[in-house]
Ligand binder design. Structure first.
Ligand code: MG
Ligand code: FE
Length: 169
């Protein structure tokens, strides 16, 4: 058996590892994007938000007497590295990247929705507040991507159809 407190702690560690993966993934995308400045700027903003989220989660973990799990953090970095590499091989990298970002943001939205419910169940107000601070940043990023996917697609298609023009990133 596991207490609600144990589960909350596990999920906080998972969220911290998820945010490390998010940072690596977003950094890889931002570094490679050349012809999509709006997307690149929005990703840069979310990298800053993501680092703040990591700090909020780390302070929750410390307060609860734990620390970010080293093993999970390491595996998350490897996964993100693999994803960064995989992106280089596709000819529609910007489109696949934006799509992957949209999916990832929704995983984050689900994670913080779960964490808020668990923190409420345990009566951990500080963790609840931290997650309530993070959740709107994930929602905003997901909404931005959804709103901009059409114009990213249109820009990619136009560049792709033009001679001597790099489209993929
Ligand atoms: Mg995040
Ligand atoms: Fe996010």
């Amino acid at each position: 058996m596991a207490t609600p407190q144990d589960n909350l702690l596990d999920w906080l560690r998972d969220a911290h590892a998820m945010e490390q993966q998010a940072e690596k993934m977003l950094e890889a995308q931002a570094e490679r994007l050349q012809h999509y400045p709006q997307l690149r700027a929005r990703i840069a903003q979310h990298i800053e938000e993501t680092r703040g989220q990591q700090q909020l989660l780390a302070s929750c973990l410390e307060r609860l007497g734990s620390s970010p799990s080293t093993i999970k953090d390491l595996s998350a970095k490897l996964v993100a590295f693999g994803q960064g590499m995989a992106g280089m091989t596709v000819s529609d990298e910007v489109v696949k990247g934006a799509m992957a970002g949209y999916v990832f943001e929704h995983m984050e939205i689900a994670s913080y929705t779960i964490l808020i419910a668990a923190a409420k169940a345990v009566g951990d107000l500080q963790t609840q507040r931290a997650c309530e601070q993070i959740l709107p940043q994930e929602v905003a990023m997901a909404e931005w991507l959804q709103q901009h996917l059409p114009e990213i697609t249109e820009a990619f298609l136009a560049r792709s159809a033009a001679p001597d023009t790099q489209a993929k990133r």
